[in-house]
Design a protein around this ligand. Structure first.
Ligand code: ARG
Length: 584
């Protein structure tokens, strides 16, 4: 559906043209002074300069040209603003067609593309910790938003499965169970079953990591094991597969719980076959040079304001690095999927790394020039002390523990809630807890650090996930009751109260909000929107008798309005990555 602002800008543009001025001056925006008017246009002020005429005179001429058919009434005010208010009848018909359009509430891109979103990025063998929460939550939302506006989108988890963490696990396991066939030099028979459970694995890695920090020879051993794995030592490869198997099964369970779904479960190791070609290519194009034994590509540009060190492609011992893998992954993705754009949702501290990688692939023309490479860096999730979020005793908080904590908190609140049946309590607590966590995160601008505040996030009041769900559930139960009484919706009538009009005006902003959120990769805009919409709804609800309304046509209009608010809220929370319970 055409956006209300666009409709009004077009009409006001015609009025400008009718009065002899350029139509482009008719651009309409939301009012800076909601106490005076709903929308405004400052075009007469700008036109005054071009036409050497007093802005108020222009505004008056334009206002007079706004005909019967315009969506709004226009008033010229000094020094030359046009104050606009939407005509209630026009608003009612606009809302009526929104209500009929259902699925078409979200505008579609004229030229959609094929996107790969790289998000999640967990490392196998290491437990998921709270640091991975943001990558999952923000990435999932961006993926859903990009898809909703018409793109073809592939979400790729890009598992970290090729680094030192694997060498550490191999080394530690060798100390504990030296007789396993995985440690024999050549090929051997390997058991079907992994030699560890995920719980054991999650204990093995931190133990190994701690040892490597104090014991130099242990660390060397782990580095060697990593190298041998990468060179293809059969026993290590077999063991690596087991680590992957056990980890991935556990990761799937965790992401499922977060309602986060990847289309591709690709990993760093998948890109390895592309590395020799990448090196050849960089050398052949004269981009790579040797610097103290290492192979590097200079990526600095004259216009750089910050220092941009060369991108290291191979270390002096010939080992590849994180950058090499990311370059090779881009080459792989181009070959397999030929995307128009890649978006990386990764901790913003990796910004320099991605800038280097992007520059290398552009210099080497490994991607078509029009391909977009976007780094959507996110900030740190802090505790109330302003430092990165930790457990009470200062350790790294596992993602699972965090979710359990919030669910328990929620279960206590739900237990007091008479609307929730005992047998639904656990599921409801889970649903609301997830909304609390995701909304708490997404309502902040992604690039900024934020404070994870359990008390605030789980509150049913204020700018929180539970408040949004509460509002949605309230609407659902009114509609449910109406259905029981066999009352159905009907055509939308002109709004009667200021609150009803405000609610309708908020509804008209939905499509534009989603498009803005897509263009700016900004899920927080959707949060801000549904918070306002919920407030507008609750204000209307408190001042209006809905089911008790005696005029049947009016009551039917309310029911249709409620159905639309529900549809918009449901679509919006789906874009954010959570859902609502039936009762609350
Ligand atoms: N595994 C990495 C980490 O934990 C994140 C991966 C991000 N994506 C990428 N293509 N590098 O830091």
């Amino acid at each position: 559906m055409e956006n209300l602002l666009e409709i009004m800008s077009k009409q006001l543009g015609e009025a400008f043209a009718g009065a002899g001025y350029e139509a482009s001056y008719g651009s309409v925006r939301t009012s800076d002074r909601p106490d005076l008017c709903e929308y405004q246009c400052n075009g007469a002020m700008a036109a005054a300069k071009q036409y050497h005429k007093a802005p108020f005179l222009i505004a008056e001429e334009v206002a007079a040209k706004c005909g019967e058919n315009a969506f709004f009434t226009a008033e010229a005010v000094k020094p030359g603003f046009l104050n606009l208010n939407v005509k209630p009848s026009c608003l009612a018909s606009y809302i009526g067609s929104m209500a009929e359009n259902g699925e078409a509430l979200i505008p579609q891109l004229e030229h959609p593309g094929k996107l790969i979103i790289d998000y999640g990025g967990p490392n196998v063998a290491k437990p998921l910790h709270v640091g991975h929460l943001r990558a999952a939550v923000i990435g999932e939302s961006i993926k859903r938003i990009a898809r909703a506006v018409g793109n073809e989108v592939l979400g790729d988890i890009h598992l970290g499965d090729w680094g030192l963490q694997i060498g550490l696990v191999i080394t530690e396991l060798k100390k504990r169970q030296p007789d396993l066939p995985y440690f024999l030099e050549g090929e051997a028979e390997y058991p079907e079953e992994a030699p560890f459970t995920v719980t054991e694995l999650e204990e093995i890695y931190p133990a190994a990591s701690a040892k490597s920090k104090v014991d130099e020879s242990y660390r060397e051993e782990a580095l060697l094991a990593t190298h041998e794995l990468q060179e293809g030592r059969p026993g290590y490869r077999a063991l690596w597969k087991k680590i992957l198997e056990v980890s991935v099964a556990d990761l799937k369970r965790n992401y499922e719980r977060l309602d986060v779904h990847f289309d591709l479960w690709k990993s760093e190791s998948d890109a390895q076959p592309y590395i020799p070609g990448v090196i050849e290519d960089l050398k052949a194009k004269g981009l790579a040079r040797v610097d103290q034994g290492a192979l590097v590509v200079d990526v600095a540009e004259e216009t750089d304001k910050k220092e941009m060190p060369p991108c290291i492609i191979l270390k002096s011992d010939g080992a590849s690095l994180y950058s090499t893998t990311d370059i090779a992954t881009i080459v792989e993705r181009v070959k397999l999927f030929d995307p128009d754009e890649m978006i990386y949702v990764v901790d913003k501290r990796q910004g320099m790394h991605f800038e280097q990688v992007f520059r290398v692939v552009r210099l080497a023309r490994m991607v078509k020039p029009e391909m977009k490479l976007v780094f959507a860096g996110f900030g740190t999730m802090n505790g109330k002390d302003g430092k990165p979020f930790k457990t009470r005793d200062g350790g790294v908080m596992r993602l699972e523990s965090l979710l359990n904590e919030i669910e328990e908190e929620m279960a206590v609140k739900i237990a007091d809630n008479k609307n929730v049946r005992a047998e639904d309590a656990a599921k409801t607590a889970e649903t609301v807890a997830l909304a609390a966590v995701k909304y708490g995160d997404l309502s902040n601008q992604a690039a900024k650090d934020y404070v994870f505040d359990t008390e605030k996030f789980t509150s049913f009041e204020g700018n929180t996930g539970p408040y949004i769900l509460y509002t949605l559930v309230r609407i659902k139960s009114i509609l449910e009751k109406a259905a029981e009484e066999d009352r159905t919706g009907g055509g939308i009538l002109e709004p009667l109260s200021a609150d009803e009009k405000a609610l309708m005006l908020s509804l008209t902003d939905f499509g534009k909000t989603v498009m803005d959120a897509y263009e700016e990769l900004a899920p927080h805009k959707i949060c801000a929107y549904i918070y306002k919409l919920s407030n507008d709804f609750n204000r209307f609800y408190h001042g209006t008798r809905i089911l008790g309304e005696e005029d049947a046509a009016r009551r039917r209009s309310y029911l249709t309005l409620l159905t639309l608010v529900k549809a918009v809220l449901e679509k919006a929370i789906d874009l954010l990555g959570f859902s609502a319970p039936e009762h609350m």
